[in-house]
Write a protein that binds this ligand. Structure first.
Ligand SMILES: Cc1ncc(COP(=O)(O)O)c(C=O)c1O
Length: 507
């Protein structure tokens, strides 16, 4: 059996256990079977698809997989052994030679197709709108100040593992099949109860769609609610991947400024009263951290009702508030079923879980379910079942209580360190909630936060440049979004001192 474990060598995943290249046996071909098998292996070794030192299946097992007798396989293997492509190790089996001559190492750049064929290789213009991850190291680096990183060492691993094992043991025929595009019924009931009690969301389980994180919810909402070229309000500054989802759906983005009361609805109306949708983070504006005031919430709902527009509420980290109780959702104030609400377990549990949810107005449920089927049919089931129990047995609430305390200490330590090391050079914004805060500062003419972030990334400091979250670069404030979720309180002072080293000398 071929097993994959996490070892990476030279950027490629090392495969432990026997490896079979793709061997398409053509019984009608003039080339004998043993030659076809020999050629397939030789090509894969020379092309670098099968690495040196990897085990190959026994002749019996390959003959069985290819549905041929053992004779052509044995003939091919002995030829490959004779030519030095294979070697046998006593008691262990047959392997691709560990000492292949250099001339066999692949010369082809594996990212470049061997034969491009005629004409230009056209791809959609739309795909060009998605930013390459590699151009912004702070989006994926992990360590000091990286945004979106959590206190993984405080995750209740034993409880989680035992629940995963419990459900993995219960896998049955029905759980292997395609499921409801909306998600597992029990899980949706559990989420609805949680949202009603913790977030004051008006909802029934039938309105809940389980998604692979709120990013999928944002993407789906753009596809369902908006047609190409239709205008949508977005917060400026705001969450970049939300904007990219809208852009790829062909929408026209209307950047609406935000202040300490959240999105400025009056400004939005002046810019484009007839927009089809508004995308907002009212509980904790991303990235500046404001909470949308009640009067702005009412203005936004009122505008949506009169304009016949939709509001997409991205409630990505509202569980973490330190100076006051969590703020009730905007959706809970809506009496016209104009709000599509989205939330995620990426911040409360862990992002690779890829589980989030949306609350869909009742008359749009079928439309969303239909579009979701086209995107990915339905969510995978195992972790929905695990999480249902995790929440029902009280582990989720306990984990949030513990991590809220932990993040609150980390945040306090960071704020103190910034005040001590950087003093009045910087202003701190949005430190009342979440797992990041923002510092803004005055930079010398011609210098940009982006440059500093690129330089800092080379020293493993992940400073997310604030200007990159603005749609209109011209009006962008300079500064950094600093994540503190994965940093120990005791390490903050040293990290902020390193940050200071990245800044221009203060006069
Ligand atoms: C404001 C905001 N919305 C949505 C998301 C998407 O999160 P996920 O797709 O992991 O649920 C993030 C992730 O960091 C975020 O910061």
């Amino acid at each position: 059996m071929t097993t994959y474990d996490g070892a990476m060598k030279g950027g490629r995943k090392e495969v432990r256990g026997p490896v079979t290249p793709v061997i398409a046996i053509d019984r009608g071909a003039a080339t004998p079977l043993h030659r076809q098998i020999y050629e397939a292996y030789r090509r894969s070794i020379v092309g670098g698809d099968v690495a040196s030192g990897q085990q190959v299946p026994s002749s019996r097992s390959l003959a069985h997989d290819l549905r041929v007798s053992r004779i052509p396989v044995l003939t091919a293997y002995s030829q490959l052994l004779a030519e030095g492509y294979f070697e046998t190790r006593a008691g262990a089996g047959t392997f691709v030679s560990a000492s292949l001559p250099d001339r066999l190492t692949p010369v082809r750049n594996r990212d470049e197709p061997e034969n491009k064929g005629p004409g230009p290789r056209c791809v959609s213009e739309r795909s060009d709108l998605a930013p390459a991850r590699t151009s912004a190291p702070w989006t994926y680096g992990s360590g000091a100040f990286s945004v979106g990183q959590l206190a993984y060492d405080h995750f209740p691993f034993p409880i989680w593992s035992s629940l995963v094992a419990r459900h993995a043991r219960k896998v049955n025929r029905s759980s292997l099949n395609y499921g409801d595009p909306m998600g597992l019924r029990d899980f949706r009931e559990t989420i609805a109860t949680y949202l009603r009690t913790s977030r004051a969301v008006h909802c029934e389980a039938r309105q809940i769609m389980v998604v692979s994180g709120s990013q999928q919810a944002l993407d789906l909402s753009a596809r369902v609610l908006l047609d190409p070229r239709e205008p949508a309000w977005v917060e400026d500054p705001g969450y970049e991947l939300m904007r990219h989802a809208l852009r790829m759906a062909g929408c026209r983005l209307v950047p609406v400024p935000v202040d300490e009361e959240g999105m400025n609805v009056g400004a939005g109306k002046k810019l484009c009263r007839t927009a089809r949708a508004a995308y907002v983070t009212p509980s904790h504006q991303y990235p500046l951290g404001a909470t949308m005031s009640v009067s702005r919430r009412l203005q936004l709902l009122d505008w949506a009702r009169h304009a016949g527009a939709w509001i997409v509420e991205d409630d990505y980290d509202s569980e973490y508030r330190y100076e006051s109780m969590p703020i009730a959702s905007l959706q809970g104030l809506d009496r016209s079923a104009r709000v599509v609400y989205t939330g995620t377990f990426s911040k409360t549990l862990f992002p690779s879980l890829r589980l989030g949810y949306m609350v869909i107005p009742p008359d749009l449920i079928d439309r969303f379910a239909a579009v979701r089927r086209v995107a990915d049919l339905c969510p995978p089931q195992l972790y929905q079942a695990v999480l249902t129990d995790f929440i029902a047995e009280g582990h989720f609430a306990r984990h949030i209580r513990r991590t809220r305390l932990l993040y609150s200490e980390r945040r306090a330590a960071l704020v103190e360190a910034i005040r001590e090391v950087l003093g009045s050079r910087v202003s701190i914004l949005g430190s009342e909630a979440g797992m990041h805060l923002v510092i803004t500062l005055q930079l010398p003419a011609g210098m940009r936060d982006l440059e500093i972030s690129h330089r800092a990334a080379q020293s493993n400091l992940w400073l997310w440049p604030l200007s990159s979250t603005y749609l209109e670069g011209r009006s962008a404030r300079q500064g950094f979004i600093l994540g503190f979720g994965s940093m120990q309180a005791a390490d903050m002072l040293a990290a902020v001192r390193r940050l200071r080293e990245m800044l221009p000398k203060h006069r």
